[in-house]
Design a protein around this ligand. Sequence first.
Ligand code: BGC
Ligand code: NOJ
Length: 822
Amino acid sequence: MKFGHFDDAQREYVITQPDTPLPWINYLGNEEYFGLISNTAGGYSFYKDARLRRLTRYRYNNSPLDMGGRYLYLRDNSTGNYWSPSWMPTRVKLDEYECRHGQGYTVITSRLNGIRSSARYFVPLGESLEIWQVTLTNENESEAELSLFSAIEFCLWDANDDTTNFQRNYSIGQMEIVDDVIYHKTEYRERRNHFAYFACSGKLAGFDTVREDFLGPYRGWDEPFVVEHGESCNSEAHGWQPIGSHHVRVHLKAGEQRQIIFILGYQENPVADKFDPPGSQIINKKSARKAIEKYLQPINADKAFYELREYWTMLLGKLQVSTPDEHTDRMVNIWNAYQCMVTFNMSRSASYFESGIGRGMGFRDSNQDLLGFVHMIPERARERILDISATQLKNGGAFHQYQPLTKRGNNDVGSGFNDDPLWLVLGVAAYVKESGDWSILDEQVQYENEPGTESPLYEHLQRSIQYTLDRLGPNNLPLIGRADWNDCLNLNCFSDTPGQSFQTTTNKDGQVAESVFIAGLFVLACQEMAGINIKMKEGRGDSFVFPLSSEDYLGFADDMEKTVWAAGWDGDWFRRAYDDFGHVLGSKENTEGQIFIEPQGICVMAGLGVENGNVVKALDAVGEHLATPHGIVLQQPAFSQYYLHLGEISSYPPGYKENAGVFCHTNPWIMIAEAIVGRGDKAFDYYTRINPSAREGISELHKCEPYVYAQMIAGKDAATHGEAKNSWLSGTAAWNYVAITQSILGIQPTLDGLQIKPVIPAEWNGFEATRNFRGVRYEISVKRDGPGNEISLEVDGQPIEGTVIPLPKENITHVKVKAVIR
Ligand code: BGC
Ligand code: NOJ
């Protein structure tokens, strides 16, 4: 069953029924000011950091679902009837309803008793504010006397404190209401130099900032007293729960239309300029006033919206494809790329499954998010790499997370996830391949954000590699530490205390448990280092001192590969790990957890077993033991009980999350691996199984948004097999983008140029693509002329050797590529 449909021409998903199985959300904002918005206008906004600079409140885990948002109420003053044009929170049945989610904007349109309302929500580029552009149309033959109310609830900035520290918070709320603008200035009189404002273009009939006056005692957002009675209280909040609500009376003749604009914004003032007049306690509103005046004009709001659309046309235009499969096209051309941008911005902090209070930016997560983002705005990827690497520890290890506002490593979570530093190598390699910007390797970057510790980024990468070499276990495999990519494989944790964090509790000193996954990742990272090293030498000759050569890196990779064959190969697939007792995991010897997906993916990606044929064995084992119609599960058999020595992975009921759920992040690794062995049909089949667009028809089961990937789909051991959870913020976005664009469609940036090496399904007769790469626009046409994967390339009419297109001469900006597959 569907709850809407794709409108690919508009690049929108159109939800046609408000009661979707879960709130189906979208994101507003591009750089600093962000918002989450659901299909019924739920959600919240923040500036840079969802925890520390939260503008509006949201009620988690609430019933009814999705409480707190950008609410509007319409009241027919002739009857006293009122409703929410976004359905929530009144849930009055609407005659028509439609929500269009696009890139960075959402439009909710509805109609009741002949009154049409359309609210367009977006954040203009470069601004710290959001616009709600509301258009009301009277489609009746008679006049309408309406009241329009807006309603938001302010958060007292630190979202965690806001939900816990009531004894203080109920006394600190402060507002100013000046010239019909509602200013929220809690804590502005002391240490904050920022405030929020909520403005409206209509002439106000009234306003409210005291929540209980607006709602009425013991009432909810579904039946506010003020809306019911059609009169605001003009209340000014002192403490308690400050809100913002405007009331505008709208008289509409038959057929008449009117636009009313609301602006919710965040503003900072220089400390010396906080108050106006100086010495008073009154906010200096000069800077905010400018933005308010500008965007309350429909013409400026329209222009800002148009610019946002254009911006996305430009970003998405960097890679567009036309294949025989509509699900592929719309994910690659629109939604998957968009999700990559959102994960890049948010990491794992703020979604409807991540509270924005908990996690900062993940070290490994951010490095992987880069992979799907870097072609869109390489400069931002560069900045991110430099931020991340400045948190790296001197010993080459990494803080597992850092806070976006401070850009410092998070001490509470600490380090010891032994895969973390290796992802930096992959992130940097992806950046250099995409941009050709070798200067990043010379950037002087601190360790642990400590002044005086600067060294070139290249050295950071070396230390990442060294970190693994310094931590080998009894089998010479890398020690796992707290965990590797699988945060829940906690082999040194041994936690028997409820509430203890599996991620940060380490009860063993960790000198035994080893990870085959890190071994594979290490080989891959060494190969990247060798490639970078060779090119750097070519470019710089002897002027640069390389403590290690490409041969050294390939030597490390070689040694590790030997170790994997000795201790990490189980006969038919790659093993997963050795536990603290030195017992193997992910082997036929185990009764549960016999085979895991991660090492099959990463080891094949590192090229292990390609020469001796073991690769096919490993992938066939994945197909046989792990693949389901809803995707490939993480391991089998699922853990039926909690195992002290395995940690969180066995804490989940079978079939969920890391305990044998379809952990979607890992599936593209298998797609890539299948492409490596030339099995395009299999790669594409796995791609389609978890492609959200291809699952749209089973939305009642899948439950999450059909336009973005979710982190997890319940596995075959679960009662709800096929049900997705944790949509939006997942490494799944970047990796699926990489798998489909770089491995299956085969358009892959390399250090030497763009490679065209598709491994597509047998029945596809080809595809077309345009790709911007290092300032050149490649128009690519691929035709199948035989059942295999052999490629011959013609570049601007000339046949070339191999599959990598040499970089064209400087003044050439367009290149035509014809690929024939035989
Ligand atoms: C989740 C993991 C996540 C970890 C770290 C665990 O509860 O299952 O997917 O990586 O928390 O936050
Ligand atoms: C989600 C985390 O954000 C990511 O870092 C981790 O690799 C996966 N879960 C698997 O545990």
